[in-house]
Structures are given as C-alpha cells and as structure tokens.
Design a protein around this ligand. Structure first.
Ligand code: CO
Length: 136
C-alpha cells in the first residue's frame, strides 16, 4: 500500500461538522459528494498532504446510520491508496483477511474502493482505494 489516502469520520450532521472541521483545520471542505450506493453524503477536506472525509448517512438503514447508533460519531475508517486494487484484494484474501466486497466498487472522489472487515484488522475498518483511470 502506498500511503494513507484519507481518514473517514462518521458524523451526525454534515452541515454542522463542515463548520466544525473548517474551524479545526483552518480550511473549508473542497467538495461534497453523495455515494448513493452507500447511502452516504461525504465532504472532503485537505489538510496539507492529507485528506479527511466526513460521512453522514442519507438513510436510517445506511451503514453510517448503523455505525452512529452503535458507536456514535468518530473515526470510521482509514483508507490506503493502492496502485492495483485487484492485486491488493487478491493478496489480502490470500493472507486470510475478510473483505467486505467481492469486487471493487465505485466510491467517492473518483475511486475504486474495497473494505476490509474490522474483525480481521484489530477493529479497524480499512478501505483500499485506487484512483479510477479513465480508459478510452
Ligand atoms: Co473513505
């Protein structure tokens, strides 16, 4: 894996948290993006070389709504950038990690993503992400 691409934080109210993180980081979010397949609205902040992704649920039965009900607001996942998500998924599977999706899916921020189950990573939800390279 190349580096930490972003840290995902689950929040109850995106508008309020956008204000809070603007105060905290000294810079406003640079984009808001809905990922309807995940029932989530995201906003992204750039802090130096690092990114923070805020995640708010758009449906009461979405994964973020469930996370908030169980654990409350806070760090939700750590995302690592990979250059070949298929190869990395294959490698992790062979190492015995439990992946939450069979195939990479389209996430926010022009990425192909796959999640590793927190039960196989000491309680940490790990996201693999690879920039989508548009091929013609
Ligand atoms: Co993420």
């Amino acid at each position: 894996m190349k580096k930490i691409e972003h840290i995902g934080i689950a929040v109850a109210n995106l508008e309020e948290s956008n204000k809070l993180f603007k105060q905290l980081l000294g810079t406003a979010h640079y984009k808001i993006e809905e990922v309807s397949s995940e029932k989530v609205m995201t906003s992204f902040f750039q802090a130096g070389p690092n990114k923070i992704e805020l995640l708010a649920s758009t449906a009461p039965d979405g994964p973020i709504a469930k996370f908030l009900a169980k654990k409350g607001e806070g760090i939700h996942h750590i995302a690592f950038e990979v250059s070949d998500i298929y190869a990395e998924m294959e490698r992790l599977r062979a190492e015995g990690f439990r992946l939450l999706n069979e195939k990479p899916k389209r996430g926010a921020d022009n990425k192909l993503v796959c999640f590793v189950h927190p039960k196989s990573a000491n309680g940490v939800l790990v996201e693999l992400c690879q920039e989508i390279r548009e091929e013609k």
